[in-house]
Design a protein around this ligand. Structure first.
Ligand code: ADP
Length: 280
């Protein structure tokens, strides 16, 4: 193909220029971390939000990108529903959650938050591309990317755009049925050549609000066993904590409002493990 040749896939020069722009913009972010889960409802978005807030509270310039096209929950979890990102020179500006945490979500762009999105794979891919190279992320220590559950178009697009530069955190709950799905997430990362920072076992035991004792409603330790089997680091267990559920419902990150609760302590442990594995 000659340097300027055009075909059904678009002009080669345009594509190269776009790839260069993406590499340049993403190169200004030291650590790109996708948060994955095999199934929904295991607390992936809660972990992504608390990870981003925790990293920012440790003084890191952080971005949080929600690419869950069909169910963006980050705006609700961080009380940013109804917010619109600013635009400067055709580039979107992340919504400021705090001075060092900027947030972008497909939820900010929908005319109505309850609207059902019916985009097909290629459309999702181009929206995700815009979230990466059409947003003024600037220099950041971290970009945390909350992907929808499973191994579909969204995580695939993100990992294809970011290549080996992205790493993954996989969230699971302790039930056996969730374990089967997490195996698929591990295989997915391996196929994409994405380094796995580790597995987080969320909803691992229930903290009794009266006596503080931890009751294991489901079997516990499955995430750790699976991590060991797969040769992947285990980042820690986060208990079911009524404070975490309350904070989620109130649109607050637990780490920002109840930093001493059992789940907060566990989130801090995960944040420290992620920092340890990061580029400085
Ligand atoms: P997912 O992104 O996996 O679908 P969410 O993060 O939206 O899951 O969490 C689902 C629900 O569970 C939310 O209401 C959230 O507040 C709650 N939740 C998540 N983790 C915990 C926890 N450790 N303790 C109590 N509630 C939690």
């Amino acid at each position: 193909m000659s340097e300027n040749s055009c075909g059904s896939g678009g002009c080669a020069t345009n594509k190269e220029a776009e790839e260069k722009k993406m590499a340049e913009l993403m190169g200004r972010i030291k650590n790109k971390i996708v948060v994955l889960s095999g199934k929904g409802g295991v607390g992936k978005s809660t972990v992504a939000a608390n990870l981003a807030v925790g990293l920012s509270l440790e003084g890191n310039k952080t971005g949080l990108l929600d690419v869950d096209v069909h169910g963006p929950s980050i705006p609700r979890l961080l009380k940013l529903t109804g917010t619109r990102p600013g635009v400067r020179n055709d580039t979107m500006i992340p919504v400021e959650y705090s001075w060092n945490l900027g947030v972008m979500s497909v939820g900010f762009l929908l005319p109505d938050e309850h609207e059902a999105v019916v985009w097909r794979g290629p459309v999702k891919g181009s929206v995700i591309k815009q979230f990466l190279d059409g947003v003024e992320w600037g220099e950041r220590d971290y970009l945390i990317i909350d992907c929808p559950p499973g191994t579909g178009d969204e995580p695939l697009s993100v990992l294809q755009f970011l290549g080996k530069d992205a790493k993954a955190v996989i969230v699971t709950s302790p039930q056996a049925v969730a374990m089967d799905d997490v195996r698929r997430s591990i295989t997915f990362c391996r196929l994409m050549d994405t380094e796995i920072i580790g597995i987080v076992e969320n909803m691992s035991g229930f903290v009794c609000p009266d006596c503080g004792a931890v009751h294991n409603i489901f079997d516990t330790g499955g995430g750790e066993r699976l991590a060991l089997d797969a040769g992947v680091p285990f980042l820690g267990r986060i208990p079911i904590d009524m404070e975490a559920a309350k904070a989620g419902d109130n649109g607050e990150a637990l780490l920002a409002v109840k930093s001493d609760s059992p789940a907060s302590q566990a989130f801090k442990h995960v944040v420290r493990a992620v920092i340890k594995s990061s580029k400085k």
